[in-house]
Design a binder for this molecule. Structure first.
Ligand code: 5GP
Ligand code: ZN
Length: 113
């Protein structure tokens, strides 16, 4: 399958690994929007949030179980961080493999704009 994040997971495309277990892979974003910016992906190809279902939601659980561990590892747990999922065109999704951005080391505004 011609999917960039599947290639990153299987090592075909190099990445800077931050965290890995049997269900989750996390790596540094190539174009960071914060001092700490990690992309967290399920090891199964799920196209977007629209494709989450009863059969694969265990990957979302695994990702969120990893979030506090990654935040602690990055040293952003105490000050806080933002976790973002972009879905589809209006959400700003550019890679069609479900992922969450974990960003920290600076303050983020709200509303998102
Ligand atoms: P999206 O816009 O789909 O929510 O996020 C995709 C993210 O993947 C972007 O933040 C982009 O910088 C990152 N990205 C795109 N290509 C690569 C790559 O080859 N390596 C890494 N590490 N990140 C990438
Ligand atoms: Zn994929």
């Amino acid at each position: 399958m011609d999917c960039l994040f599947c290639k990153i997971i299987n090592g075909e495309v190099p990445s800077t690994k931050v965290f890995e277990n049997d269900m989750v892979y996390a790596f540094r974003d190539i174009s960071p929007q914060a001092p700490e910016h990690v992309v967290i992906v399920p090891k199964e190809h799920i196209k977007s949030a629209n494709e989450i279902n009863a059969g694969n939601v265990k990957y979302i659980s695994a990702i969120w179980e990893a979030v506090p561990q990654i935040a602690k590892q990055l040293g952003v747990d105490a000050d806080g961080y933002r976790v973002v999922n972009n879905c589809g065109k209006n959400g700003g999704q550019t890679v069609d493999h479900l992922h969450f951005h974990l960003m920290g080391g600076r303050e983020f505004g709200w509303p998102a704009g």
